[in-house]
Write a protein of this length. Structure first.
Length: 275
């Protein structure tokens, strides 16, 4: 294995293979331990998009709070799922199926369209016209804001779905979906997440679905793989230490190097990762 690949695998804590049952248990226990350490907090908040990652993490969070309610003989812990459509969501049926599978303690729907459009207009009024791509990042940051307000109101922590197959390409909006209090999926690749969902009894169509950030108005449901120029099969294999084509390797490593700033502490005079 090449040196860079090895150091990336190590930095992102990826295992070449997992026992899905063990991973489910460890990550639920981590979330429970965290709540027990910070007693003011009474649960978790996460946007439910109908995609693979939020379905997996929401289910784990729901199990964690249910176990805590039982262990502590109280009924104060909750998982709050938040639907965060921009106007009408194209895959609303998947969101409904995900909610049915998760059975969240509480659900809210916050439509982010008015806020995002108002923000775009304020910028335009100031003479700053943003592209559809940048507006996509505004959507991700608006979703982050809504989740932090819900978390503040209900004394909860905001969960983040970041995992190794996303961290490696930096395919998230900085301070948008990349912002969170806990990242329980850290170290998993995309197919390990699928294995866990299968183990949890999730309907197949929710984890066999093409991953999409779905942030652009002009290219709705654009597949991550198309945006990235590389497949998750290749990303997963790379993270498992396997050989992939030279072309795919170059694309992945190019994304990794370019997005270093998203994984490291914010650049300052007291760190030197950026030098
Ligand atoms: N070297 C550097 N050192 C410090 N900061 C640096 C930097 N390079 C850029 N930056 C800063 O970072 C900004 C760019 O980063 P950012 O704002 O995140 O924007 P950017 O990485 O350009 O775009 C976000 C990407 O993530 C994708 N995404 C977003 C959200 C969710 C998902 C999903 O899978 O669901 C995917 C989205 O489709 C898009 O391709 C720059 O404007 C600059 O402020
Ligand atoms: N329309 C949405 N409604 C609610 N939450 C959303 C929405 N879009 C994105 N999010 C939040 O942003 C996170 C990042 O999106 P991302 O696309 O990476 O994950 P996903 O949609 O859960 O899975 P997949 O990568 O398979 O599409 C989601 O996990 C979810 O918490
Ligand atoms: Mg998605």
């Amino acid at each position: 294995m090449k040196e860079l690949q090895q150091s990336i695998i190590q930095a992102l804590h990826v295992k070449p293979e997992i026992d899905p049952k063990d991973e489910i248990r460890n990550r639920i226990d981590f979330m429970k331990d965290y709540l027990l350490k910070f007693r003011f907090a009474k649960g978790f908040v996460l946007g439910v998009s109908g995609g693979q990652d939020s379905t997996l993490l929401s289910k784990l969070a729901q199990i964690a709070v249910e176990e805590l309610n039982e262990d502590e003989e109280e009924n104060t812990y909750q998982f709050i799922g938040v639907e965060l459509p921009y106007g009408e969501q194209g895959d609303a049926d998947d969101v409904a199926d995900a909610i049915e599978f998760i059975q969240p303690s509480t659900m809210f729907t916050v439509n982010i369209k008015e806020a995002v459009d108002a923000s775009e207009k304020s910028l335009r009024d100031a003479g700053v016209v943003i592209s559809d791509f940048l507006k996509g990042n505004e959507k991700a940051r608006e979703r982050m804001k809504a989740q932090y307000s819900v978390a503040g109101k209900y004394n909860c922590f905001v969960l983040g779905t970041d995992h190794a197959a996303e961290a490696i390409t930096g395919f998230f909006t900085k301070h948008g979906d990349g912002a969170c209090d806990l990242a329980p999926l850290e170290g998993l690749n995309k197919r390990q997440g699928k294995q866990m969902l299968k183990e949890l009894g999730c309907p197949e169509h929710l984890y066999l679905k093409k991953p999409t950030a779905d942030l652009e108005d002009d290219r709705p449901a654009l597949a991550d793989e198309e945006a990235l120029g590389v497949t998750y099969e290749d990303i997963d294999a790379y993270l498992e230490g396997k050989e992939i084509s030279q072309e795919a390797r170059e694309v992945i490593e190019g994304h990794y190097i370019k997005t270093m700033h998203k994984r490291e502490p914010i650049a300052s005079i007291h760190n030197d990762w950026w030098k």
